[in-house]
Design a protein around this ligand. Structure first.
Ligand SMILES: C[S@@+](CC[C@H](N)C(=O)[O-])C[C@H]1O[C@@H](n2cnc3c(N)ncnc32)[C@H](O)[C@@H]1O
Ligand code: SF4
Length: 489
């Protein structure tokens, strides 16, 4: 148990996330009264906000003894592109980081950054500091980010800028969610229902989704639809003619000649046959995913994917023969029982297939997934994740791919990152837009979130769709009205 006492500030959530990085799995309790006599580890974080000085202070007590104290003078910190409130929050987190870093054996590569979109920070700094070396210094000194991660943040941000800037006010992307899967994978907590025998609900869902897309068309009249992403779930787990109806609705409703990228997450190889792939290709979709997660048969069985390696390879080859422009493959690092050798094997097998994109996820133990409930021991994998990430980085470079987007999730094994790699010129514009939040994204489908971006003040208004199937199916007019109110009025 770790006890935390806060005085003079309210960054409880941020401190919780940061302390959890240092002590994964430990219980963290916020206490209301200072209790330096406790036998537990006590972290005391305070902000002294005075007229003539501002100090962030951390004290660590163990068995009642003060073992470390760090005081940071906030007035000494001036960073272009970072607001005063962010500087104060950073200083508080930095004082915690500096007081805890020598108490643990491991490393904290992302320093005090606990958010899921680190590249946004590098964009903000690049926008305000002409000198890239200065940006790197700030990331390392003010955020305590390791040198290689700071470089990665800059490299990715620089490669993304041509897709983000100049900001165009009336440009937007469309996300369409299809929350059905052939069966549930053990690690996954995405909203997805097994298609099963009862196809009625799928039919009703598709009808409602089409109605929603038509509603969005009315609302977004005159604006430029930049990219479309049909994800899930597994969109290809529904009947080919139903998915075709969805894609056709998009093509008919918006100026399809202006859409720069159209992705369908084909995902599970067991949902793909010639009929499905031919249909997707005939609809001029230029990017699909065929996701192995791993190329090791034993792991595949363990995680409940319900398909074999042969079907990954055959569906991939089918898609290649049909001439898809960009095929992405997702893999997950840290799957139960896998070591560095298994990851090396997966990467070598993927290299033979030669996809244009490779998305590398680090296992996140999410509430709601079967894996989380089983509480399997992932300590061993956690120690190896760093090396696995390094291996994927080296392999991606070897096969001519570069990292083009990056995000983090809560509860990731090893507290690291997910990285999307791409061959030159084949990067997904939608993935960049969605992560960097400098473009409006309209979400259609169960649980999809719309994010309305205003470039004038760099703000985002969020509107989530219903997460429950019943509400989604029965209250669509209400949902469309809400979108209209947010966008038009
Ligand atoms: C929304 S899922 C849809 C993909 C598609 N249904 C499939 O299974 O191939 C997108 C990706 O998230 C990743 N993913 C899902 N759950 C995860 C978890 N708990 N930890 C890490 N990655 C995860 C997987 O790599 C998956 O391909
Ligand atoms: S990983 Fe994909 S197929 Fe598996 S449950 Fe999640 S969304 Fe469905």
């Amino acid at each position: 148990m770790i006890k935390v006492f806060i005085e003079g500030h309210s960054y409880k959530h941020d401190l919780f996330e940061l302390i959890r990085v240092f002590f994964p799995g430990e219980e963290i309790e916020f206490i209301n009264e200072d209790d330096t006599d406790t036998e537990e580890l006590l972290i005391h974080s305070s902000l002294l906000d005075r007229a003539d000085y501002n100090l962030a202070c951390s004290k660590i007590y163990k068995d009642g003894n003060l073992i470390k104290e760090i005081i940071i003078n906030i007035d000494d910190i001036h960073i272009q592109g970072i607001s005063k409130s962010r500087i104060i929050k950073n200083a508080i987190k930095k004082s915690i980081y500096d007081s805890l870093i020598n108490l643990i054996d491991g490393e904290v590569p992302w320093g005090i950054l606990t958010g899921i979109r680190p590249i946004k920070v590098s964009h903000d700094l690049i926008n305000n500091n002409k000198d890239i070396y200065e940006v790197k210094r700030i990331l390392m000194d003010e955020f305590r980010i390791h040198k290689d991660k700071a470089q990665l943040m800059i490299d990715i941000a620089m490669s993304q800028r041509k897709h983000i800037y100049p900001l165009v006010e009336n440009k937007y992307s469309l996300y369409i969610g299809i929350p059905f899967c052939p069966s549930r994978c053990s690690y996954c907590s995405f909203p997805a229902f097994a298609v099963g025998n009862n196809y009625d609900k799928v039919g009703r869902y598709v009808d409602t989704l089409i109605y929603e897309i038509k509603g969005i068309k009315e609302i977004m009249e005159g604006k430029w639809l930049n990219t479309v992403y049909i994800g899930g779930g597994t969109p290809t787990s529904i009947k080919s003619r139903d998915l075709e109806r969805v894609i056709a609705t998009v093509k008919e409703s918006f100026k399809s000649e202006d859409i720069r990228e159209f992705t369908v997450e084909a995902g599970r190889p067991d949902t793909l046959d010639m009929e499905m792939l031919k249909m997707i290709k005939s609809m001029e979709v230029d990017r699909i995913s065929i996701n192995p997660q791993t190329m090791n048969p034993k792991t595949l069985e363990k995680i409940g994917r319900n398909h074999d390696i042969k079907s990954i390879i055959s569906s991939y080859n089918m898609a290649k023969d049909l001439g898809f422009d960009i095929i992405n493959m997702d893999i997950i690092l840290g799957l139960a029982g896998e070591d560095l050798k298994d990851v090396a094997y997966t990467l070598n097998e993927i290299e033979k297939l030669d996809p244009e994109n490779l998305t590398v996820h680090t296992l996140a133990l999410k509430r709601g997934s079967r894996l989380f409930n089983k509480n399997e021991n992932h300590d061993e994998a956690s120690n190896e994740i760093q090396r696995m990430l390094k291996l994927t980085e080296a392999k991606a470079a070897e096969i001519g791919m570069f990292p083009y987007y990056l995000y983090r999730q809560k509860q990731m094994v090893g507290n690291l990152e997910n990285i999307g790699y791409s061959k030159l010129g084949k990067e997904s514009i939608y993935n960049i837009s969605m992560m960097e939040e400098k473009e409006t994204i309209i979400g259609a489908g169960l649980g999809a979130v719309s994010k309305i971006y205003n470039p004038k003040d760099n703000t985002i208004k969020r509107l989530p769709n219903f997460k429950g199937l019943k509400e989604y199916l029965n209250r669509m007019d209400e949902l469309i009205e809400k979108k209209k109110n947010l966008i038009i009025r």
